[in-house]
Design a protein around this ligand. Structure first.
Ligand SMILES: NC(=O)c1ccc[n+]([C@@H]2O[C@H](COP(=O)([O-])OP(=O)(O)OC[C@H]3O[C@@H](n4cnc5c(N)ncnc54)[C@H](O)[C@@H]3O)[C@@H](O)[C@H]2O)c1
Length: 379
């Protein structure tokens, strides 16, 4: 270990851990040194496979290990906030898989702990390090489509060719809304969409979800079909997101059973993000149209694993170099609030302002929210 390579421990060695471990195979600023998992034998087996020297059954022992500088928390959602706060208080740099917690109040507690800590904290969101969305942000920042005024997201959940959509160790907790947060489409998969909306268009102010009567609530999913529309805090910006589930609509992304594509209208042009490989098949991952000219951008990295590798590298680089990284705790709380507001809007059939969630407490019950100091979920 050289002085500038960060020694990292993974907490929770389930399905997604493989993609995070890939980020340490050739990482100039970080190395994987420990792994913890509560299931007997799992941490040991992963440590052997990944060539990692230490393994623990109890993550608290990993947090007490003074040789570990940083942790990646890859646990079921109900453990996120509590373990992140413990890790920050143990002096570790923390990368926490999304979401930041189950409620806005959990997000605000993590934000407070991150503000008190001297270490780096970020929420890991691989869509933000996925090539097409990185390019989209560059296009906007360069002013190529002018001021971004409206975003439209479309997603169609369907079967994958690879069968990767289900199975593995994560089934039990994902079926339990008290552990997963429920509403997979809006809060789990939806976290990715909400993060992109936040990154490209800024924080959202108010959300309205509509579902036709008879929309079906599936095991891990929101009722679909659904449409969510919203206003942003600044710039007079607006957005909408339509989601469908169609059993015969094959997903072109082998890792997940969902196709999605996004259109952003700016004051001078339009950008389409077809999300790599790709819907519709054969199109460029990003296409920009302005001044009567259409530019397909084919030089965009679209393999899924690269988004994880880049995301892991960003974390260890940020610790070493002090660079910006990932979703801050406040931004991640705002992203979570978007999903929760969309869920409650769908149930109450009314517009929900994200600030309504500030005082809603751990139960996320907007109707119970009363006046109080709260925190500002807007970033
Ligand atoms: N695209 C993505 O970025 C993406 C995809 C899938 C999952 N995820 C996220 O990754 C996280 C983990 O999801 P997963 O699919 O890997 O779940 P998983 O169930 O496969 O893995 C979770 C692991 O945590 C372990 N665990 C549970 N309680 C523990 C405890 N108290 N101490 C130590 N280990 C404990 C389990 O034994 C399991 O191995 C979630 O936050 C999920 O949302 C992100």
């Amino acid at each position: 270990m050289t002085a500038d390579r960060i020694r990292v421990g993974i907490i929770g060695a389930g399905q997604i851990a493989e993609l995070h471990a890939a980020g340490y195979v050739d990482n100039p600023t970080g190395e994987l040194c420990a792994v913890a998992d509560v299931r007997p034998g799992v941490a040991e087996e992963r440590a052997r496979k990944w060539g990692v020297p230490k393994h623990y059954l109890d993550y608290r022992e990993l947090l007490m290990d003074q040789d570990i500088d940083a942790v990646e928390i890859l646990l079921p959602h109900d453990l996120h906030a509590a373990v992140a706060i413990e890790a920050l208080e143990a002096g570790k740099h923390v990368s926490l898989q999304k979401p930041i917690g189950l409620s806005v109040s959990e997000g605000l507690r993590v934000s407070d702990a991150a503000a008190r800590a001297t270490s780096v904290f970020r929420v890991f969101e691989n869509y933000l390090t996925y090539g097409p969305y990185i390019r989209a942000k560059q296009v906007i920042d360069a002013g190529d489509i002018g001021d971004p005024l409206a975003i439209r997201v479309k997603s169609v959940h369907g079967p994958t060719g690879s069968g990767n959509q289900s199975g593995g160790s994560n089934e039990d907790w994902r079926q339990d809304p008290l552990r997963s947060g429920g509403d997979h489409a809006l809060l789990d998969y939806g976290h990715h969409v909400a993060s992109v909306i936040h990154r490209l268009m800024g924080p959202v102010e108010a959300v309205h979800t509509m579902r036709p009567d008879g929309a079906v609530v599936e095991r891990q999913s929101a009722a679909v079909p659904a449409t969510v529309s919203w206003t942003h805090e600044t710039g007079g910006r607006i957005g909408s997101w339509e989601m469908l589930r169609r059993p015969d609509f094959m997903a072109h992304i082998p890792e997940y059973g969902v196709n999605e594509w996004t259109e952003i209208t700016g004051s001078r042009g339009v950008m389409w993000i077809t999300r790599g490989r790709n819907f519709p098949p054969g199109t460029a991952p990003v296409i920009v149209h302005r001044n009567g000219t259409t530019l397909p951008m084919d030089d965009v990295q679209t393999d899924w694993e690269s988004s994880f590798v880049r995301g892991v590298h960003d974390f260890t680089e940020a610790i070493v170099n002090g660079s910006e990284v990932g979703l801050s705790a406040r931004a991640a709380t705002s992203v979570l609030a978007f999903g929760l507001a969309a869920v409650y809007s769908g149930k109450s059939r009314r517009e929900v302002r994200l600030s309504d969630l500030e005082n809603a407490g751990a139960g996320n019950d907007v109707s119970a929210a009363g006046p109080g100091p709260g925190g500002n979920v807007r970033t």
